[in-house]
Design a protein around this ligand. Structure first.
Ligand code: GLU
Length: 509
């Protein structure tokens, strides 16, 4: 059976892609893959004034990093191309003309100054000027001119725009897969510009024409486009084209629930709102990205999937394949979802601890080389990460939990010294050192056992002795079991740390 489910993600390359945009792309992808349909990337770059160099590349790199794949697009090609609207520019004039011919659109020759003047007058009256059924009757447009006048303007090259003619006194009914049916009165709408005399279409015209030509079956996009839906529905009707189905996704809200999560919120509130780091080509300002901050794409995708959609069960961890399997638009809510930066870290931790020790060790080795210029063996790294990964949310946090496996203490936490280093500590620690010399199988179990039975036999305090020994080995009151630490660093290094520590602490006291 041929499958005609076709969805598109249609960003404008006006800057970096916000995570709200990533979520829109993700829901489109999940919907398409679940239905066995096609996912298309269309770049909506008709507004040259807002074009930002590098943004298109950024969008593609971000989505690839997230594991969102396209069947058709500017990189993939496809039978409905080109997929960049600037390369389809020659298409749009004919559609604008078609609407003028059919009486659904008209030429407007009003200058920017004239319209500004009308806006100011309305403002002075505490009103808003809109170009609509009422005002268009008195303005400089083809509705109020005879054919010759219009022809003359066009021949003389008077700048114009083509406006859609919103029908008078009608109700426009719309259907949305998330919000159900809605109706708006045509009086509330303005005659939006569709096309300009410089040959460029506006978003509305280009978007509808391309959705039609690309045979898009479902338009899944952010709630901010809901106000455009009546116009879009009217455009389909004016062209006599079959409408796609629409689904408008709820907003992503700031963590406190007060308003939409904006591009500026991220670094202001201390978490990234962009998938990848972005350097603004004009200002040189850098905004942080999930990738550079050490997040796994799987964690970010999992978190975003659950911001607006719920699986109807308690399951929280989903691979991309599981998301595809479970996703449905019926389970996307109507109300905005609060962004939760702490939960995002929790997701990252979940993905981190699910890596095999070998995988995580390989990532940590790269980190050690890059940020500390350190080389340790894969075996050492594997053992170390197995001991500390539960305590880390990110690969870069492993160092704080594990540096003492690699570096012997150079100083000793003063608070711990005060609390744990007693008059008889030097002698007790020296005795322990001689005991440690005699452990045959130098692994965690036998080491721990030897120490603990000595403590019990001598009726000493378990906490007191263990913490003093930890101070010598680690320099602080942290880290996993002492047996594990000694096994990793080895007998010789353990003894050296104990004896150096005794010496240093004695000479300081
Ligand atoms: N170019 C629009 C955007 O930047 C597309 C909106 C739509 O999906 O219709 O979001």
């Amino acid at each position: 059976m041929p499958n005609n489910i076709r969805v598109r993600f249609a960003p404008s390359p006006t800057g970096p892609l916000h995570i709200g945009g990533v979520r829109t792309a993700l829901y489109n992808y999940l919907f398409a893959k679940k239905a066995g349909g096609k996912m298309i990337l269309r770049i909506e770059d008709t507004d040259q004034t807002r074009f930002v160099p590098g943004a298109e590349q950024y969008i593609m790199e971000s989505l690839a990093w997230c594991g969102i794949q396209f069947d058709e697009g500017i990189a993939e090609g496809g039978a409905y191309g080109p997929y960049r609207q600037s390369e389809r520019q020659s298409n749009y004039a004919a559609y604008s003309d078609q609407l003028i011919q059919s009486g659904n659109a008209y030429y407007a020759f009003d200058t920017a100054e004239e319209l500004d003047e009308l806006r100011k007058l309305a403002e002075a009256d505490k009103k808003t000027f809109i170009y609509n059924a009422e005002t268009r009757k008195t303005l400089r447009n083809s509705l109020n001119m005879n054919d010759n006048e219009v022809k003359k303007h066009l021949e003389e090259g008077t700048p114009y725009v083509v406006r859609f003619m919103i029908p008078e006194n009608t109700s426009i009914s719309m259907n949305d897969l998330i919000r159900g049916s809605m109706t708006v009165k045509s009086e509330t709408l303005d005659d939006k510009v569709l096309f300009k005399s410089d040959g460029m279409p506006t978003y509305h015209l280009a978007n509808i024409v391309d959705d039609h030509l690309m045979e898009i079956s479902h338009v899944i996009r952010g709630e901010e486009w809901l106000p455009s839906l009546p116009l879009h529905v009217l455009l389909y009707e004016a062209f006599g084209w079959e409408k796609p189905q629409f689904a408008h996704l709820p907003l992503l809200l700031k963590p406190d629930g007060n308003g939409k999560l904006s591009k500026r919120d991220g670094d202001r509130l201390g978490f990234p709102v962009f998938p990848l780091q972005w350097k603004d080509p004009k200002t040189g300002e850098t905004s942080s990205g999930y990738r550079e901050n050490g997040y796994y794409p799987e964690a970010m995708v999992n978190m975003l999937a659950l911001l607006g959609w719920n699986p109807g069960s308690d399951q929280e961890l989903f691979s991309m394949d599981e998301l595809i399997e479970a996703f449905s638009l019926e389970r996307v809510g109507k109300s905005g979802s609060k962004f939760d930066p702490e939960k995002t870290k929790w997701f990252n931790h979940q993905y981190l601890i699910r890596k095999t020790d070998e995988e995580l060790a390989a990532e940590w080795l790269v980190w050690l080389k890059t940020f500390k210029n350190l080389d340790i063996t894969a075996n050492q790294a594997t053992k170390i990460v197995s001991l500390v990964k539960e305590r880390a949310q990110f690969v870069h946090e492993l160092w704080d939990e594990a540096y003492f496996f690699i570096e012997a203490p150079e100083s000793y936490d003063e608070k711990v010294v005060k609390k744990r280093w007693k008059a008889d500590s030097p002698e007790q620690m020296e005795t322990l050192a001689t005991l440690i010399e005699t452990v045959e199988d130098f692994t965690a179990g036998p080491i721990d056992e030897k120490i603990k039975s000595w403590i019990t036999e001598n009726e000493l305090s378990m906490g007191g002795i263990m913490n003093a020994l930890r101070l010598l080995l680690v320099g602080a009151a942290k880290g996993p079991h002492l047996g594990d630490i000694m096994e990793v660093i080895g007998r010789e290094a353990s003894l050296k740390r104990i004896r150096n520590g005794i010496k240093t602490l004695e000479s300081n006291n």
